[in-house]
Design a protein around this ligand. Structure first.
Ligand SMILES: C[S@@+](CC[C@H](N)C(=O)[O-])C[C@H]1O[C@@H](n2cnc3c(N)ncnc32)[C@H](O)[C@@H]1O
Length: 223
């Protein structure tokens, strides 16, 4: 059974997509994608041992789909017909690097599904810089951790993310209202607790108060 996080990623994939899973590790996401009905998948990892584990885990799937395994870095060797890339379970900075290293390839994809496990704001910022748009975004709580999952495309007319959206996602699109409210409330409490300790430099204090104001704006706008 896939984690809640990877189920949210799977939800974005359509049966006629040819998907490359960058950093496939165990290969569970593409196994479930084949179960969902996808007929072509490429599993990419830059380390041989996870790729071999994925091959073992998907051995019984050979007859159901065309499966390609590639030992490679990021998007460098995505197959010609691939129209979707998933880059999940890595830090936001690494995902940003993988996209910017091969931005021409990334721009040609129909969409990318990104699930950073940290540094979400940095990833949002880089997507803005490269001209990618967030066409949809979800939040998932999995084992007491919150994950933003985003569907991203190049060349879709939309405004760049503003400062609030860079920090807290494209909140107008997030449908998981209860999870998102819980995330904002916990984030607000975390910032307030640190501020109360009164140990921050003036610059950090200003940054923390700025983040709190952004959270207030979202709470007021989404009431
Ligand atoms: C923590 S696992 C995430 C697995 C899965 N995608 C998930 O979300 O559960 C990260 C995987 O990414 C691979 N990886 C890290 N950097 C990579 C890169 N530049 N190109 C391809 N794979 C990479 C690692 O070897 C590892 O198997």
């Amino acid at each position: 059974m896939l984690s809640k996080r990877l189920l949210a990623v799977l939800d974005y994939l359509a049966v006629d997509d040819y998907v490359a899973d960058i950093g496939c590790d165990h290969g569970y996401l593409m196994a479930s994608a084949i179960d969902k009905g996808l007929k072509k998948v490429q599993l990419i990892d830059n380390k041989i041992s996870p790729l071999n584990v994925a091959k073992k885990n998907l051995a019984s799937y050979d007859a159901k789909a065309h499966i390609k395994y590639t030992l490679s870095d990021g998007l460098k060797e995505i197959d010609k017909g691939v129209n979707v890339a998933c880059i999940c379970g890595m830090g936001g900075d690494l995902i940003a690097k993988i996209i910017s290293d091969e931005k021409e390839k990334a721009k040609k994809l129909s969409y990318l599904v990104l699930a950073p496990n940290s540094k979400v704001a940095n990833l949002h910022q880089m997507l803005n810089k490269l001209g990618f748009s967030i066409v949809d975004e979800k939040i998932v709580e999995d084992h007491n951790k919150f994950y933003f999952i985003m569907k991203v495309s190049y060349g879709v007319p939309s405004l760049p993310l503003n400062d609030i959206e860079i920090s807290y996602g494209k909140y107008q699109l997030i449908k998981e209202k209860d999870v998102y409210s819980k995330y904002l409330m916990l984030e607000k409490q975390r910032l307030e607790t640190i501020l109360k300790q009164n140990k921050l430099s003036d610059t950090l204090k200003k940054n923390f108060n700025n983040e709190l104001s952004k959270i207030e704006v979202i709470i007021n706008e989404t009431k």
